[in-house]
Design a protein around this ligand. Sequence first.
Ligand SMILES: *[C@@H]1O[C@H](CO)[C@@H](O)[C@H](O)[C@H]1NC(C)=O
Ligand SMILES: *[C@@H]1O[C@H](CO)[C@@H](O)[C@H](O)[C@H]1NC(C)=O
Ligand SMILES: *[C@@H]1O[C@H](CO)[C@@H](O)[C@H](O)[C@H]1NC(C)=O
Ligand SMILES: *[C@@H]1O[C@H](CO)[C@@H](O)[C@H](O)[C@H]1NC(C)=O
Ligand SMILES: *[C@H]1O[C@@H](CO)[C@H](O)[C@@H](O)[C@@H]1NC(C)=O
Ligand SMILES: [Cu+2]
Length: 585
Amino acid sequence: MLRSLVVFGLQVLAVSAKTVTYNWEVDWVSVSPDGYVRSAVGINGQWPCPSLLADVGDRVIVNVKNSLVNETTSIHFHGIFQHGSNQMDGPAMVTQCPIPPGETFTYDFTLQQTGTYWYHAHVGGQYMDGFRGPLVIHDPKAPFSYDEEVVLTLSDWYHIQAPYLIQYFQSPLNENLHGGSEPVPNATLINEAQNVHIPIEPNKAYLFRIINMSGFAAQYFQFDQHEMSVVEIDGVYTHAHQVNQIFLTAAQRYSVIVKSKPNNNQNYAVIASMNDDMFDPGVTPDDIDQSVNAWLVYDNTKPLPPPLQPIDDDVTQQSEDDMVFVPLDNQKPLGPVTMQIPLQVNFSANAQNQNRGSFNNISYNAPQVPTLYTALSAPADLVNNPLIYGANTNPIVLKMGEVVDLLITNYDGGAHPFHLHAHQFQVIARSSWGPDNGPPLEIPTDYLAQEPAAPMRRDTLLIYGNGYAVIRFKVNDPGITLFHCHIEWHVEAGLTLVFIEAPTELQKMKLVLPQSHKDACQKQGISITGNAMGRQGSEENWLDLSGTAMLPAMDDWGALVQPPANNNPNVLAPRSLGRFGRRGI
Ligand SMILES: *[C@@H]1O[C@H](CO)[C@@H](O)[C@H](O)[C@H]1NC(C)=O
Ligand SMILES: *[C@@H]1O[C@H](CO)[C@@H](O)[C@H](O)[C@H]1NC(C)=O
Ligand SMILES: *[C@@H]1O[C@H](CO)[C@@H](O)[C@H](O)[C@H]1NC(C)=O
Ligand SMILES: *[C@@H]1O[C@H](CO)[C@@H](O)[C@H](O)[C@H]1NC(C)=O
Ligand SMILES: *[C@H]1O[C@@H](CO)[C@H](O)[C@@H](O)[C@@H]1NC(C)=O
Ligand SMILES: [Cu+2]
């Protein structure tokens, strides 16, 4: 293991489920993973952030103290179902208020699944400033065996802090100069570092859990002369499948088993390369460092081999097709489908000349009350009415037991990794890249007749430029379920919607909101009851959403700002960010 672990109050019980408690003080730390010194968001004075490790069945308690002083925070546990604990999912203004500076906040949930996940901040682009780490749930009955386990994280890294980059990305200046293009990362990291040595011994089976914690770029990953046998994707066990290389978009995970060589005659190179499809040539330096090297070290007295050549995407198209992975349980397509929801994905400049992402022409803008709190406080006869959740959050109400197909068509030329919180969805269909110009490929009208026998299942799926995908899930998890592109720039650009899953059953569950959750809102004057505008009382009030902001406030971000002239983001506060930064996800 290459990372250090901070666990307080861990009760070690050999067989039965235990409680794992983490006390995390979130604070700024000075870091330089690629040689450039900057501030990052760390935990208990450390960065990289620690791994959250537990066994299936464990109860996890994370007490978070926000010591950032100048930013709010929140933690999302990516891929965790949160059955009966939707209030612990984490996205700010969706299932909780952002945690203000100085406050302590408790996450408390029980793990009902196994595999490789991660946690990350879910407020204002903060995970790109370093607040991200692995979350591994061990399975005593895992359907494969191995001798050693190694967690490898892949991430992209920026020299300038996220609030500045978001402000610039969402500015009319960027729209005018670069067509609204995304900030290009400065570096790629493995285990939040470069040139990492991974100790390895001969004749052993290694389980590598590979997690892509990037905010933007997708990565190719390869060990020299060691095949990988994929056994898990995003927490779903798969039939073992041999590959030489894997391609992970932001937020995806692969567990692979690698058999080490029979002897320690030499060491081997490892490489991860960013996919540059979305990097606007106008803002990408020619000398951009797109790859990061690491080494499998069998014998540290022997020399390291030369690094591998960066992986060129043109010759590696095949490695992108994750539809080849078949779930080990051979789960058939869920059915019958009771609801089909067409979703058009697009990007365009809004009335303020900001580059915004949208589902069905609506760009997400945070409500005044976290959406979960609206659902918990609404009268029973209004809780299924999407109007109360605000037209700017793209709310879609789903009934318990419904089998939903999302019919997603991508009108944008770029590929986007879409993530559904709290579910592992089936991928019923997905096109390859569509035409460069003109309308996207259309979903075949008879797609239901062509379902795969055992569809690939995961929680984050790449949908190609001008292409489509059909993803299916069952409504079984009452609560507010976010669906969004996992490119953090695109979250900030509004490419997000909320499913209100089974709100009637949600109200009957009588979720307990810990006092710390109420305090987080109260300290910031945010209501924990009422519609998306905080109105309540009469039915007329509940249905009154007048004043809902469809356009983002220009003084949140989007104002005309130039990155600091001396390129040192630490010396200049971003303009007009508000005291604690943005309120939304
Ligand atoms: C991680 O995801 C990002 C964003 O989709 C991508 O650009 C990058 O290539 C991925 N990394 C790996 C190693 O797959
Ligand atoms: C997508 O956005 C473009 C502008 O970027 C616009 O011309 C087009 O009409 C939009 N299409 C849909 C279906 O929203
Ligand atoms: C979005 O807007 C475009 C362009 O105006 C239009 O063609 C398209 O039908 C709209 N989509 C929806 C779902 O309203
Ligand atoms: C918050 O403070 C840190 C540490 O001093 C600094 O690096 C960062 O730029 C500040 N962030 C904002 C949004 O002002
Ligand atoms: C990232 O670093 C900043 C500050 O050092 C530079 O200004 C950027 O040009 C650089 N961006 C890339 C893509 O390398
Ligand atoms: Cu996207």
